[in-house]
Design a protein around this ligand. Structure first.
Ligand SMILES: [Zn+2]
Length: 306
């Protein structure tokens, strides 16, 4: 988890939208319908903005670009805009652009991704990082959609890219998988309340919130959703609980998993370095915030040690 898989420069970077207020107004004045205006704007975008940039790419890059999948052939998008709309990934941290990463062509789309992408500004390149352990020779999967949405919503979104996902969560396991994913999404909202209740009630077992989050992490692993935010929330809940219990060994153990998750998402090691550092965890204001009320019982039922 968190390991670097590949780095690649985007083929091109372009703004996600190009404002054309005067052109749009002139189309209204011409009395065109909304559909006609949309097509005219796509045409202007293609020929006035994208084509001159495309022509400055070398021949090899032009060929690689046009070989990418285009699922926008029927909606008025020109060939360049169609490829961008199909394959472009958002470049976080740069004004508002949308690049085409060539590696998009080598990753299969699935609702249980094993890798996530991020844009690294200093090297101006995309990085693909593992979001769970990947065996040598395994195919690498990325996701295009919100993986905690129900299968029908995911399919509808993917259809706009011409993708029909045939992963096990989309079919044939749809109903059971949807139930798990929706419950998982709802579980995130309960984390803070459970934690506060546990802190305030000395009669609850020491591992009360830890057991809850470990159960959800089991669901996450079952659905292979380690790339989702739910994984971060539940790992964080476990770290917080161990910190409140003053259990450094387990706080570091789960803190390390949380740090690797963050590394996979951001390419940055700051959180990993902090979470692996017992002194940092011991220095937190919530260290030993909860007094162990029934040590033996908690150990028997939850299996944590201090
Ligand atoms: Zn799927």
């Amino acid at each position: 988890m968190g390991d670097h898989i590949l780095t690649e420069r985007p083929l091109t970077i372009t703004p996600t939208t190009i404002p054309m207020p005067h052109f749009a107004k002139s189309l209204i004045n011409l009395g065109l319908t909304e559909g006609q205006r949309g097509r005219a704007i796509f045409d202007q975008w293609e020929h006035a903005f994208l084509l001159p940039c495309f022509e400055r790419l070398d021949a090899e890059t032009q060929t690689a670009f046009l070989d990418l999948v285009n699922s926008h052939r029927e909606d008025g998008s020109g060939p360049i805009l169609g490829v961008i709309r199909t394959n472009g990934f958002e470049v976080a941290g740069v004004v508002d652009p949308e690049p085409n990463g060539e590696y998009a062509a080598v990753c299969k789309i699935i609702c249980s991704p094993s890798a996530d992408r991020l844009f690294d500004i200093p090297s101006f390149s995309f990085q693909l990082r593992a979001t769970r352990n990947i065996k040598a020779g395994d195919e690498i999967f990325v996701s295009y959609c919100n993986v905690l949405e129900p299968a029908a919503d995911r399919q509808e979104y993917l259809a706009s890219y011409g993708i029909t996902c045939a992963c096990t969560s989309c079919t044939p396991d749809t109903i059971a998988s949807d139930k798990r994913r929706l419950a998982l999404r709802a579980s995130i909202d309960a984390i803070d309340d459970d934690f506060d209740t546990w802190l305030a009630d000395p009669l609850l077992a020491d591992n009360y919130t830890i057991k809850i989050s470990l159960r959800w992490i089991g669901v996450i692993e079952q659905e292979a959703l380690e790339a989702s935010d739910a994984y971060r929330h539940h790992l964080h809940a476990i770290v917080r609980a161990y910190v409140a219990l003053g259990d450094g060994e387990n706080a570091v153990k789960y803190g390390r998993m949380l740090g690797l998750w963050a590394l996979g998402q951001s390419g940055k090691e700051d959180m990993l370095r902090r979470m692996e550092n017992l002194e940092y965890l011991r220095g937190r204001s919530d260290w030993e915030m909860r007094v162990c009320v029934d040590h033996e019982e908690a150990q028997d039922s939850g299996g944590w040690t201090d």
